[in-house]
Design a binder for this molecule. Structure first.
Ligand SMILES: [Zn+2]
Length: 384
């Protein structure tokens, strides 16, 4: 590995320069044009580096990129995953949005997930330049932060490219000493309540308050939340028209998190059951499933890959790695679903994710690339 590690040491400033450009290309999930421009920036850099680029256009989300080394190889590839969209609307950060500040680079998406993506690309390039024949495929997504609500196509694209791969490593932000082997799935449901409007003074007794019904429903729904199992969060609510009318309409959105498919389906059914029994006579309640992202289940393959990564880390003098679980979702759920041993959160190190103080530690781009390269090089065909 010495040659590969040396290549990374000698070339990583070029990748830091690119990271600055990458962060400067702001890419909020729902601004397709901006995400696409950001993707083109990555594609252009990869072409210059000799990494093969294949773009899949998407109408509902940012275009997707498959970035590969040894694209003609018949060997089983190792997958890297990452995303280029961010949660930050344009204007969230003052210009220049990407700033070097001592040992950090600050800016939207610097840690989540652009730093990790750059680490992954540097690992691919270094392996290719130092004779590793293992093909590496980087699945770069343009709509991760929307939790998979941009359509089934996103799941299908990941699963199609994942099938038959040796292992998958997601470059989401790294927490020192941990690698994620399971994540909760997410379901988003909208509950709509129709009551009856009436004058709040003279006809109050003829009205049926949709807001009041929502106030009965929400505690019932959330009462079953259990951090170790399923949680329900009613995070958005709107209702009423004016203060002096009994509100005819109210709606709220529920975020359900579950560690497995079975509990997810049971949780959704539970919401339907609760909503089928309104407290106030005369209310009409409908429940709509807006979207779902499957859980990344803790499979034997995922645990085996985490243990393998830990052994590689020990061999090359990096820190010990333990498997962990998270409540937030990621695209590693799709590679897990495709039957590929997968781990997540093995990218760059930083902080302030999803806030205006996001940063990535510059040196973690280099060490992240070395960790990834060591793992990819150590995987052999009999692993899967
Ligand atoms: Zn992310």
């Amino acid at each position: 590995m010495k040659a590969t590690f040396d290549y990374i040491d000698q070339n990583y400033t070029r990748y830091l320069d690119f990271l600055k450009e990458f962060v400067t290309l702001e890419s909020p999930t729902h601004e397709k044009e901006l995400v696409d421009r950001c993707g083109e920036g990555v594609a252009e850099f990869c072409r210059k580096e000799g990494i093969h680029v294949e773009m899949t256009p998407f109408s509902t989300a940012g275009n997707f990129y498959l970035l590969s080394t040894h694209p003609e190889s018949k060997e089983k590839p190792v997958l890297l995953l990452g995303h280029m969209d961010t949660v930050h609307p344009v204007g969230d950060y003052e210009k220049p949005v990407a700033r070097i500040d001592g040992e950090y680079l600050r800016g939207p998406g610097s840690q989540d997930c652009k730093g990790g993506v750059v680490s992954g690309l540097l690992a691919m390039k270094a392996l290719m330049e130092t004779g590793c024949q293992r093909p590496v495929k980087f699945l770069l997504c343009g709509a991760e932060e929307d939790c998979g609500f941009c359509g089934e196509e996103i799941a299908a694209w990941h699963i199609k490219h994942a099938r038959g791969a040796l292992a998958a490593i997601n470059t989401e932000p790294y927490s020192t000493g941990k690698v994620v082997v399971s994540r909760k799935g997410i379901a988003r449901l909208t509950v709509k309540i129709q009551g009856k409007a009436a004058h709040a003074g003279s006809k109050y007794d003829e009205g049926i308050s949709a807001i009041k019904e929502a106030c009965y429903l929400i505690p019932k729904i959330e009462s079953a939340s259990d951090m170790q199992k399923v949680t329900y969060n009613c995070g958005l609510i709107s209702g009423g028209t004016v203060f002096n009318t009994v509100p005819e309409f109210c709606s709220f959105v529920i975020d359900i998190r579950s560690p497995n498919f079975k509990l997810m389906e049971e949780a959704i059914q539970r919401v339907y059951d609760i909503c089928s029994k309104p407290t106030l006579a005369g209310t009409k309640i409908t429940v709509h499933i807006d979207g779902k992202r499957p859980p990344m289940e803790k499979t034997d393959g995922n645990l085996r890959l985490a243990a393998f990564i830990n052994s590689v880390m020990q061999k090359y003098g990096f820190e010990e790695i333990v498997p962990s679980s998270r409540g937030g979702g990621s695209d590693a759920c799709y590679t897990t679903l495709a039957g590929v041993p997968s781990v997540c959160a093995f990218g760059a190190y930083g902080g302030g994710g999803h806030t205006r103080n996001e940063f990535v530690q510059l040196d973690s781009i280099r060490t992240g690339a070395q960790r990834l390269a060591a793992c990819i090089a150590a995987l052999t065909d009999d692993f899967h």
